[in-house]
Design a protein around this ligand. Structure first.
Ligand SMILES: *Cc1c(COP(=O)(O)O)cnc(C)c1O
Length: 340
């Protein structure tokens, strides 16, 4: 590994409570890993970045908000599903910084706001709902429409892509990987594996690039919750290229190890089957850890299956990044009949 000059980070608004804790999951390890010769499982508690702004999106939005402010913007526009954690975090970040927020939401308003959508509305974000077909085919136009809408009213809007996953947002997890590796060092180990849920690719891109830049040998694996492995191979690479062109830092692309496990997507994005809900209950009852059915629960279920298969045999320490998402659990309340 060639020694690199220290990274110089772009403007950042400090909003997250950092560093987040790194905790061992010893009852999970004993039940699901040790019997198959697997590693000690740790969790990086990025659900604790903040209470309402909880989760991975806050790390990215610290850099996005820094850039938006540097450009003199007073409005944030972003997009996602009706239960988007990213939209909820953006709504709260905007409120905290005194910026307007416009959300472009995929799906229908069901009449009573729940989960993340309730928080969006409490935070005062403006919400516009679009049927999925229109949303997917016209997303760029919708951003333009809303940017013009605010410009006509004298506001300057900053547009944030899905999940804040681009060359700017991934700074959040370059910094996050620096923090995670320091946590591990403090606990006296070097992680061989880092696992996270992958939805728009930015978290995985930041962790992958961060580990490479910092000379870590940890293998980062994203457990996809939508799309497919090829899509994320490309998306992660694209975000890293974008980062390189924005920041002027060179990246050795041939050395990038982009690992995607797409075997646990199940029926589709935000649709989970009973084993995922059971894994959520296991994490809560064994470790007091709250996962969600869209991202962390699905990825965690996948991780337990891979431990069972012996995929992580002969490795000492594996870190699961808890990327948040708790608010998305409650709209799935009807999927836990086995608890009754
Ligand atoms: C958005 C999200 C992810 C996925 O992160 P990406 O950077 O979009 O891949 C994982 N977990 C939770 C809870 C999320 O909200």
């Amino acid at each position: 590994m060639v020694t690199q000059k220290p990274l110089s980070y772009p403007p950042r608004v400090n909003l997250a409570h950092l560093p987040t804790p790194l905790q061992p999951l010893d009852r999970i390890t004993e039940k699901f890993s040790t019997p198959h010769g697997g590693p000690r499982i740790w969790v990086k508690r990025d659900d604790l970045t903040e209470t309402a702004m909880s989760g991975n999106k806050l790390r990215k939005l610290e850099f996005v908000a820094g850039e938006a402010r540097a450009q003199g913007c007073d409005t944030l526009i972003t997009c996602g599903g009706v239960q988007s954690n990213h939209c909820r975090t953006t709504a709260l970040v905007g409120a905290r910084l005194g910026m307007r927020v416009q959300l472009i939401l995929r799906g229908e308003f069901e009449g009573i706001p729940d989960g993340n959508l309730l928080v969006d509305q409490l935070a005062g974000a403006a919400t516009a709902f679009y049927p999925p077909r229109e949303y997917f085919s016209d997303l760029e136009k919708l951003f333009e429409h809303w940017r013009d809408f605010y410009a006509e009213r004298g506001h300057k809007a900053f547009c944030i892509p899905t999940g804040a996953s681009d060359g700017l947002g991934i700074w959040g997890y370059i910094a996050g990987s620096e923090e995670l590796l320091a946590n591990c060092r403090d606990r006296g180990f070097v992680p061989e594996h880092i696992v996270c849920a992958t939805g728009s690719g930015g978290t995985q891109a930041g962790l992958t690039l961060g580990c490479q830049l910092l000379g870590s040998t940890a293998r980062v694996t994203g457990y996809a919750v939508c799309d497919n492995a090829e899509y994320f191979q490309q998306k992660v690479r694209e975000d890293i290229r974008h980062w390189s062109s924005l920041s002027g830092n060179a990246v050795d692309e041939s050395a990038l190890s982009i690992n995607v496990n797409a075997d646990y997507i199940g029926p589709g994005y935000a649709i989970a089957e009973e084993p995922v809900y059971r894994a959520i209950a296991e994490a809560a009852s064994l470790e007091g850890l709250l996962l969600d059915p869209v991202y962390t629960g699905k990825a965690f279920y996948g991780l337990l299956q891979e431990l069972h298969k012996g995929t992580y045999r002969d490795c000492q320490n594996l870190v699961f990044v808890h990327t948040g998402g708790q608010f998305g659990l409650f709209p799935h309340r009807e999927n836990f009949p086995f608890l009754l």
